[in-house]
Ligand binder design. Structure first.
Ligand code: TYM
Length: 335
């Protein structure tokens, strides 16, 4: 029965603290989907070193990220939770796929263009070939569905192209994955510059909300959130004309389950101040249990280590089957 379940793979880089954007764009859906699929949720530390990291911080954040995955509702008994660098097949398949990914394809990736603009002093080869390692992550598990925010759609589509190319040469080696982008929350914007994505690398501390942030700080950030300078001054969903208000509506919809018409009716005749306070409070209540559970879990490092051990073992079993097949197809001699 388990064998026939469809497979999900997704991951987040431990390159910063987890944000409300990654919760709403990704983790929330991981939790929703986790009952129906065979799920692999990864902490992609190898991707994180494409940008320089403080080693002690990277280690701490990787463990904390696991605790946050569990606190968000991912049951480690039902989902395979693991760290990418614990499963050597990711690097091994990544290299093979590098040889089936075109320079032109990688050059067109918007994340590469953005990150190389932001890290002009360190445009390393890993930053460039990042998407073929991501394809390896996905294809190793014969993944059907990849739940991500909309910024990762281009990478998942490239993974599909690489899989189709490889299958076209060698027969059906890889399942062809599909991106799964949520209806609401696919792209949460910065609270201070709503034309930019909310991002853990945001230089403006008020723009980004973190899952573990203290309630009073969260409330302060929402109170200071940029609304729009249009004369209408009403809560209405219109991302073009009212990017700030529309982003806050999106956050409120994700946090409360309310629809846009319901939100518009709720704040009809009220000012932006009331609205921002309500959004802030809804986020505080959404994140409170997650923060408390994470704090508890972080007191039990042995438990977290044991999950990482069994997650890596389970992931390795699946990944090694795919890698063996790939090595055989490309003509490597069996050891
Ligand atoms: P990363 O670490 O930047 O982001 C993790 C996930 O969170 C989503 N996300 C957002 N969604 C909505 N609004 C936002 N402001 C926001 N910010 C982040 C991202 O879309 C993503 O789903 N390359 C990936 C990590 C990765 C991966 C994989 C993902 C590596 N291998 C294999 C899926 C499958 C990344 O940089 O995500």
């Amino acid at each position: 029965m388990d064998e026939k379940r469809k497979v999900i793979f997704s991951g987040i880089q431990p390159s910063g603290e987890l944000t409300l954007g990654s919760y709403m764009g990704a983790i929330r859906n991981w939790v929703d989907l986790s009952g129906q699929y065979d799920c692999y949720y990864c902490i992609v530390d190898m991707h994180a070193i494409t940008v320089r990291q403080n080693p002690a911080e990277l280690r701490r954040r990787s463990i904390s990220q696991l605790a946050q995955y569990i606190a968000c509702g991912l049951d480690p008994e039902k989902n395979t939770l693991f760290i990418q660098s614990h499963v050597a097949e990711h690097a091994q398949l990544g290299w093979v796929l590098d040889c089936y990914t075109m320079f032109g394809e990688l050059s067109r990736m918007t994340q590469f263009k953005d990150k190389s603009a932001k890290n002009a002093e360190n445009i390393n080869a890993g930053l460039f070939t990042y998407p073929s390692l991501m394809a390896a992550d996905i294809l190793l598990y014969q993944t059907d569905l990849v739940p991500v925010g909309s910024d990762q759609k281009q990478h998942v589509e490239l993974s599909r192209d690489i899989a189709l190319r490889f299958n076209g040469i060698y027969g059906d080696v890889f399942t062809i994955p599909e991106p799964f982008i949520p209806q609401a929350g696919a792209r949460i914007m910065s609270l201070t510059t709503p034309q930019n994505k909310m991002s853990k690398s945001d230089k403006d501390p008020g723009g980004c909300i973190y899952i573990l942030q203290k309630p009073e700080e969260i409330l302060r950030c929402f109170k200071r959130a940029v609304t729009d300078s249009d004369t209408e001054r009403c809560v209405r969903y219109d991302p073009e004309a009212k990017p700030g208000v529309s982003n806050l509506m999106q956050i409120y919809a994700c946090a409360t389950g309310k629809t846009f018409p319901e939100i518009e009716a709720e704040f009809d005749g009220k000012g932006y101040g009331d609205f921002k306070t309500a959004v802030g409070e809804s986020v505080v209540e959404l994140l409170r249990p997650i923060r408390e559970k994470t704090e508890d879990l972080m007191k039990n490092k042995d438990y977290l280590s044991s999950i990482l051990r069994s997650g890596a073992e389970k992931a390795s079993r699946t990944a090694s089957r795919t890698l063996r097949k790939v090595y055989k197809k490309v003509g490597f001699v069996e050891r």
